[in-house]
Design a protein around this ligand. Structure first.
Ligand code: PLP
Length: 405
């Protein structure tokens, strides 16, 4: 394949003009294909962050008038732009890990069928998800049951139904997009069959889908979801995560972390714990205002581009990566370990090679291409539509080929 092909794709790309809304301060020869542990810095996020810093300097504690409601405001905005969530069901707060713990605990307390004794997840799920669930299972004398799915294609509806067939399932937790394979789970069908028909609470982790593909939480009947904002949302290192609790469930669920930000009438401080009537009951303590501002700016960029255009472009980007990998890298011993069907693939591509770790290191050191190593033997390339060009994919994979040859 000639480079002109990638150049032509860039020339007609309707998303290309949004690239200038991001900061490019790294050395010019760098190609950033991180996949996507940390999205690039958006100028809008930086501007909002600077605005918050000024507010801090000028208003001091008086700033809280405007800051207090930010977890809900930014949550509503992210939910509306990227997740198909009507207002009043989202918060941006805490980390994904903590939010997962809060919602999983709450679901086990209030939504699990009587006598259920298993938490079910996918053996390929992200480590923190497995660890949190392992801890919850141990403390509640439940078992943690792992779905053994195909590691490239991810858990199918059949795999999930089989794992949940015993009618003993207390909670199902799945990632929408696999962090290694990029496999997209059938969120709608699994929610309908396990969640609605079988009555098992289902909690989705959207960390690798939010900002990369349109998600329709309200329409698809999702009960509970969490995810992070520093990957394809570009909220910055340590940006707070989000949680979604469907309207109808909010008054039945109690957070296991009874903090004062979740208290009804928070500043009437003499009162005993009495949770907020709505999703705010899942707030815990003081929110990180500077990072919330950065997330708000980052969401403006996603809104300007639109999730449909982002998805169309990341399909084209990963298709190009798959074709180049077939042509150049397969003969060098690389194996594609992401789904070939672009509709079943998120915004990254994973390649397996026995020397993946050394190759990822050398690729950065000698060829200035930033990718991720994911053990034991994978290289993960993230292709973020808002700022990755088709020539970046071409050049990045060409450098990978050159390194190997
Ligand atoms: C990135 C990621 C996380 C990260 O959790 P933190 O609490 O933000 O560190 C969790 N789950 C999944 C599926 C992820 O991809």
């Amino acid at each position: 394949m000639e480079r002109t092909r990638a150049e032509a794709l860039d020339a007609t790309d309707p998303v290309a003009r949004f690239r200038e809304r991001f900061v490019f301060d790294e050395p010019a020869e760098t190609i950033y294909l991180d996949g996507n542990s940390l999205g690039r810095m958006p100028r809008d996020g930086l501007d909002r962050l600077r605005g918050s810093i000024d507010e801090w300097a000028e208003r001091l504690v008086g700033g809280w008038d405007g800051w207090l409601d930010l977890p809900r405001q930014v949550g509503d905005r992210l939910g509306g732009v990227a997740l198909g969530a009507a207002a009043g069901q989202m918060l941006v707060c805490d980390s994904t890990t903590v939010n997962l713990f809060k919602l999983a605990s709450a679901a086990l307390d209030a939504l699990s069928p009587a006598g259920a004794k298993a938490i079910v997840t996918d053996a390929g799920n992200f480590p923190t998800d497995r660890y949190v669930l392992e801890g919850l299972a141990a403390s509640r004398r439940l078992v943690l049951r792992m779905i053994e799915a195909d590691e490239v294609e991810g858990p199918t509806v059949d795999d999930v139904e089989r794992a949940c067939a015993g009618a003993d399932v207390a909670l199902l937790v799945l990632s929408h997009v696999g962090y290694r394979s990029a496999a997209v789970a059938d969120l709608r069908a699994i929610t309908a069959s396990v969640g609605m028909s079988a009555g098992v609470p289902v909690l989705w982790d959207l960390s690798h889908s939010v900002g990369a593909l349109p998600v329709e939480l309200d329409r698809d009947g999702v009960q509970l979801a969490v995810g992070c904002t520093y990957k394809y949302v570009n909220g910055g290192p340590g940006a707070p995560a989000f949680l979604y609790v469907r309207n109808e469930l909010q008054d039945r669920l109690r957070t296991p972390i009874q903090g004062w930000f979740g208290q009804h009438d928070q500043f009437a401080m003499h009162r005993a714990y009495d949770p907020e009537r709505d999703v705010r009951r899942f707030l815990a303590g003081t929110p990180p205002i500077l990072q919330l501002a950065a997330v708000a700016g980052a969401v403006d960029v996603l809104d300007a581009i639109g999730l449909d255009r982002i998805r169309a472009k990341n399909i084209a980007l990963t298709e190009l990566a798959v074709q180049l990998s077939d042509e150049w890298l397969a003969p060098l011993g690389f194996q594609l370990v992401s789904p070939r069907d672009p509709k079943r693939r998120g915004s990254h591509v994973c390649l397996r090679h026995p020397n993946a770790e050394a190759i990822t290191d050398e690729l950065a050191a000698r060829q200035q291409v930033i990718a991720d190593f994911r053990g034991p033997d994978r290289i993960r390339l993230g292709l973020a539509a808002p700022y990755t060009r088709f020539v970046d994919v071409y050049d990045g994979l060409e450098r990978l080929r050159n390194l190997l040859t």
